[in-house]
Design a binder for this molecule. Structure first.
Ligand code: GDP
Length: 293
């Protein structure tokens, strides 16, 4: 059993997360629409189930990011799943800016009921306010920069007030909080710890690299064997194990120590890096929950 769960049962809730949580809770009170950014490679593990409770009845839009590194078929499956569960859901690639325009339209649409409520009360000049939330490294800052683009005009920065939320105008009647809400990843099981580790959501010091890569290779052998074999130019055989596959990769890549011994340490790090950067292929590690029969 290569999944030694213990290594992922870590107590991990650093001080800066506590502060981030408090700040996010305060900021959430100020907005009408919440954009929850998820990593398309791990839509389940990159979500924080507590968010729903925190945002209450506010409008939420689910956005799958890093779709350039995810399996397109699974991205569609996840989008259908979210839509079936009554969420507005979209896919983006913040690095290239794909899907960002559609997101602005979706935010505008999500804010419409709020605007309507105000109109009925005679309030006509209020803007819809939105904030981006997500776990570390999911692409929040990249998305905010994309959304800003040329619209860098700041709204309501009262002179003399240096602290407090800063709003930027995204479009007509639409304001964005310029600091994202940092959600703490939820380690509900070893599986989540593994997913967060290999996608770069948690720092490398807090998990065992070797274990993570063993699980990753095991997973890729099951889900994407052809892609794995093509990427590393290795032949897979039915009797292969995680260990023999890792050795084949080491050999194919010439990861050798003095005396021609395979350098497995270097191989482990290379596989992890190749996966994290999407160089290995477009892989999604989690499928949406299966529908009830
Ligand atoms: P934050 O911590 O949530 O604010 O995340 P950042 O915006 O700093 O992004 C973390 C890393 O992910 C950076 O290296 C980004 O360049 C990268 N990134 C963000 N969006 C994408 C994307 O859609 N595709 C890819 N490949 N990388 C992305």
């Amino acid at each position: 059993n290569t999944i030694s769960g213990k290594k992922f049962h870590i107590q991990w809730f650093p001080g800066h997360m506590t502060k981030a949580k408090r700040m996010m809770e305060a900021n959430l009170k100020l907005v009408d629409v919440v954009v929850e950014l998820l990593d398309a490679r791990i839509p389940r593990s990159s979500a924080n189930p507590m968010l729903q409770q925190l945002i209450g009845a506010k409008q939420k839009i689910v956005v799958l990011n890093k779709t350039d590194m995810a399996d397109p078929e699974r991205t569609q499956a996840w989008l259908s799943y979210f839509k079936k569960n009554s969420f507005t859901a979209l896919e983006v690639d913040c690095q290239k800016g794909k899907g960002v325009k559609a997101l602005v339209s979706a935010i505008q649409k999500a804010g419409e009921p709020t605007l309507e409520k105000w109109r009925k009360k005679g309030v006509r000049n209020r803007s819809i306010r939105v904030m981006i939330v997500g776990i570390p490294n999911v692409g929040k800052s990249t998305l905010i920069n994309r959304l800003l683009g040329k619209n860098k005009a700041a709204a309501q920065n009262k002179p003399g007030v240096t602290r407090g939320p800063q709003w930027v105008i995204l479009g007509k009647g639409l304001e964005l909080l310029d600091t994202p809400g940092v959600l703490w990843p939820k380690f509900d099981n070893p599986e989540t710890g593994f997913c967060l580790a290999v996608t770069g959501a948690i720092r490398e010091e807090v998990f065992d690299q070797e274990t993570a890569v063993h699980i990753l290779v095991q997973r890729l052998l099951k889900l994407y064997p052809q892609e794995l074999s093509a990427s590393y130019r290795i032949e897979l055989a039915p009797e292969d194990t995680v260990e023999t596959v890792e050795e084949k990769i080491a050999r194919a890549r010439g990861c050798l120590k003095a005396g021609g011994v395979l350098d497995m340490n270097k191989t482990i790090q290379m596989i992890l890096r190749d996966f994290k950067t999407g160089k290995l292929g477009s892989f999604t590690l989690e499928a949406p929950p299966r529908e009830e029969a």
